[in-house]
Write a protein that binds this ligand. Sequence first.
Ligand code: HPA
Length: 178
Amino acid sequence: MRLPLEVLRALGGQAVIATNAAGSMRADMPTGSIMCLSDHINFSGLNPLIGEPTDARFVPMKDAYDPAIRSALRAAADSTGTQMADGIYAWYSGPSFETPAEIRAIAMLGADAVGMSTVPEVILARFLGLKAAAISTITNMAAGLSDEAISHEHTKAMAPIGAAKLEKVLRAYLRGLA
Ligand code: HPA
């Protein structure tokens, strides 16, 4: 993702809003809901800045999810009557889905949702000086939290439910910028 983000910045872009599909660890955040990321837990052991040769690699990650963009997204959700949760996203690298034990572990650590993306993009965005925000579309309850079988097909089938809400929020947010 580094090249596309560098291109975005070279074109004058100042912020990136990532979207993803995620599994939920919260009963009040069922399939089809959306969650605005307030923070993340990098549980992958990976970091896109490993190997970056300059001191710029020591990127602060407090408020990585830009508070001003988050409150504008919140206002956009409210203005469209769209329910949007706030929560912490944990990154496991995938591509296998998590085990129930892995889900219990990150739930204990304070994660609300889990996925295989977004964290590296946000780290890179911050490294490049871009503001960042992200919204998850909840496509399933995380492994072990419901009887539904988790699969890529199920993820793709469920994503459009939350995506419709996501689109409403993003359109209202962009109207607010105009
Ligand atoms: N785990 C990881 N990634 C995901 C999930 C999940 O349960 N759902 C959608 N993407």
